[in-house]
Write a protein that binds this ligand. Structure first.
Ligand SMILES: NC(=O)c1ccc[n+]([C@@H]2O[C@H](COP(=O)([O-])OP(=O)(O)OC[C@H]3O[C@@H](n4cnc5c(N)ncnc54)[C@H](OP(=O)(O)O)[C@@H]3O)[C@@H](O)[C@H]2O)c1
Length: 207
């Protein structure tokens, strides 16, 4: 499939691109607010193309919203028309960083639900428990979680997630589950800080 990574110039987007390019199964397009920056990153990463975010999504089967969380809503607003009905996977978690730890967004609704309010495209959410530093040529020993209300968007997001981890890509339910999944990024960052490691999550007890 053709996968557009909005904010593909950042840590998470680059990690995602490195993994996907190494598998040679999909066409990866890097998106950025700046077309030249996107093209430069695409060249460095061996991606098919780089373009401004709203250009990057054209012709994509799946777009990944991997911009800094503070820019997620604005980017969704700005690319909504170009996205049309293209499924959008939101990986963003709004976090606040402090010396004593990282805290999830106190807002009741998830960023992914708020993104869905802004675009006609069906939104799925996921990959929040995968640290950018764990994304690379080798698949990390962890599971990946995806949620969403739209069956097609969730199916594509799960297909992508399965390519990223050595564990399983798991369907975590409706888009409202993003409220919990987004908080997982805070948990992972706190664990990594406390134990100086590269934490990932594995679920037990499933057939
Ligand atoms: N890092 C992780 O381990 C991790 C794990 C799970 C989920 N996530 C989520 O993945 C997303 C990206 O994380 P990251 O660590 O890769 O972030 P990042 O490197 O700080 O930023 C990613 C990209 O976002 C774009 N950006 C920055 N500010 C923006 C704004 N105000 N509006 C629109 N675009 C903006 C930039 O691209 P251009 O300047 O080229 O436009 C930047 O390269 C976040 O939402 C985060 O919650 C991250």
């Amino acid at each position: 499939m053709r996968i557009a990574i909005l904010g593909g110039t950042g840590d998470f987007g680059r990690g995602l691109a490195v993994r996907l390019v190494s598998l040679r199964e999909d066409e990866v397009v890097i998106g950025s607010r700046d077309a030249a920056r996107a093209q430069q990153a695409a060249t460095e990463l061996g991606a098919a193309a780089g373009a401004a975010n709203d250009e990057a999504v054209r012709g994509a089967d799946l777009a990944v919203l991997a911009v800094k969380a503070e820019g997620a809503l604005e980017t969704a607003r700005a690319t909504g028309a170009a996205l049309g009905e293209t499924p959008l996977l939101c990986v963003a978690s709004a976090l606040s960083f402090a010396k004593d730890g990282v805290r999830p967004d106190p807002e009741g609704r998830s960023l992914a639900e708020r993104v869905q309010d802004l675009v006609a495209a069906p939104v799925a959410a996921g990959l929040h428990s995968i640290a950018a530093s764990n994304l690379g040529v080798d698949a990390p020993d962890e599971d990946a979680f995806v949620c969403g209300d739209d069956a097609r968007a969730k199916e594509l997001a799960l297909e992508l997630a399965a390519k990223l981890v050595a564990g399983r890509a798991l369907d975590a339910g409706p888009l409202a589950s993003a409220r919990t999944l987004e908080g997982m990024t805070a948990v992972i960052v706190n664990l990594n800080r406390r134990y100086r490691g590269h934490a990932g999550i594995r679920i037990t007890g499933l057939p």
